[in-house]
Design a protein around this ligand. Structure first.
Ligand code: GDP
Length: 368
């Protein structure tokens, strides 16, 4: 039935090789005919979809923001610009804590409570590990399944970008899109073990630190700096026998916070216990956030803080663009290498060389 092939180099061989059957086509050709290319959306389509609260279009717009392709970036910037007047209407809440403290469990409980009250909740993440490995500390497990299936919630893992600064920029832009899509609570989750919480803090109204009762500060890797940034500390996993220990830890934290200088907002950071697992104290988190928002809106600090954050973005963006342009300049690239040798040979001071390079850079712009 099958053709038999005889080895031409060895016709006397007793081995006969059968030709076999051809591999079938792996995709049904009729199916392919029916698959249409995903329709490209215009800026108008994106903006209209986002303002209507269409989650699919919001997700596609976020993918554009996250893309590093020039074409996508250009489109994304236009969409962001058009969404900007519709943004700013949410409460931006940062949540940080070491891995395992219960961030996702807390966000899920809080998120469900808020959607039940009629809020629309977006959860974004800033994952420091996305900078280096492309992997993630926050996103590698199945997280917040209940909230993820809630039509009034939107969960997006951390954008991965070349640098943490890139992740921060993209997250800020994603906040604008989510707000324009009608999300009135935006939660930014981050791991409290490095620079990522500083970035998260720079884009939120209220910053919550989750802690555990049964570990010392050193063990939890929490630096004084994070405690200073916190508007509230919630001691999680305080149920059953742990409750007493939790209260003791809470009072220790309260005492420690007294020693810190007063906050710029005039707000006195709160400390309380909770159990995300048993859904206890989660309402206290939201009540505290609301108290803070009410107070700071009355004093004007809420708006002042957002303005400060925006102005900081302006100066950071200018600094970054100037730096990139300087270091990418051919003249500078060449002279910098020579300058490094001179400095290492102790021929000239680094300050003088720096000034000379800057002068030459500006001179080179004139001749362009
Ligand atoms: P994350 O890494 O900070 O996001 O922490 P997870 O939310 O993933 O929680 C880590 C582990 O702690 C999980 O096994 C949770 O079920 C558990 N957990 C979270 N909250 C509580 C709590 O309030 N009480 C107890 N006993 N366990 C909790």
């Amino acid at each position: 039935m099958y053709d038999q092939i005889i080895d031409k180099n060895n016709p006397d061989s007793a081995l006969k090789v059968t030709k076999g059957v051809e591999n079938p086509i792996s995709i049904n050709q009729n199916y392919l005919k029916n698959v249409r290319k995903r329709q490209e959306l215009t800026v108008d389509d994106y903006v209209k979809g986002i303002l209507e609260g269409n989650r699919t279009i919001l997700a596609r717009a976020i993918t554009l923001v996250e893309s590093n392709l020039y074409k996508h970036q250009a489109l994304a910037q236009q969409v962001i610009e058009r969404c900007l007047p519709h943004s700013g209407g949410s409460v931006r809440l940062g949540i940080t804590g070491v891995p395992g403290v219960g961030k996702s469990t807390t966000i899920e409980s809080l998120g469900k409570m808020l959607t039940n009250q009629g809020h629309k909740v977006a959860v974004l993440a800033i994952d420091p590990s996305s900078e280096r490995s492309g992997g993630s500390i926050l996103g590698d497990k199945t997280r917040m399944e209940l909230l993820a299936s809630d039509p009034n919630a939107f969960i997006r893992p951390s954008p991965s970008a070349g640098s943490l600064g890139g992740v921060a920029r993209k997250t800020r832009e994603i906040i604008i899109l989510c707000e324009a899509a009608g999300f009135d609570v935006v939660i930014i989750e981050t791991v409290g073990v490095g620079q990522s919480e500083v970035l998260a803090h720079s884009m939120v109204d209220f910053f919550l630190l989750l802690q555990l009762a049964n570990a010392g500060d050193e063990l939890q890797g929490i630096k004084r700096g994070i405690m200073e940034m916190a508007d509230a500390i919630a001691i999680n996993k305080c149920e059953g026998k742990e409750k007493e220990r939790g209260e003791l830890a809470a009072s220790n934290y309260r005492n420690a916070l007294h020693l810190f200088p007063p906050t710029e907002s005039g707000w006195k950071p709160k400390v309380f216990t909770c159990s995300a697992y048993e859904n206890n104290g989660i309402d206290t988190i939201w009540k505290t956030v609301m108290e803070y928002v009410d107070m700071t809106k009355k004093t004007g600090y809420f708006y002042q803080n957002r303005n400060t954050q925006n102005l900081r973005i302006l100066s950071e963006s200018i600094n970054q663009a100037l730096r990139d342009n300087f270091y990418q300049s051919e003249i500078i690239k060449e002279k910098l290498e020579l300058a490094k040798d001179d400095i290492l040979d102790n021929k000239i001071s680094a300050y003088i060389i720096a000034q000379r390079l800057i002068d030459e850079y500006f001179e080179s712009l004139k001749t362009k």
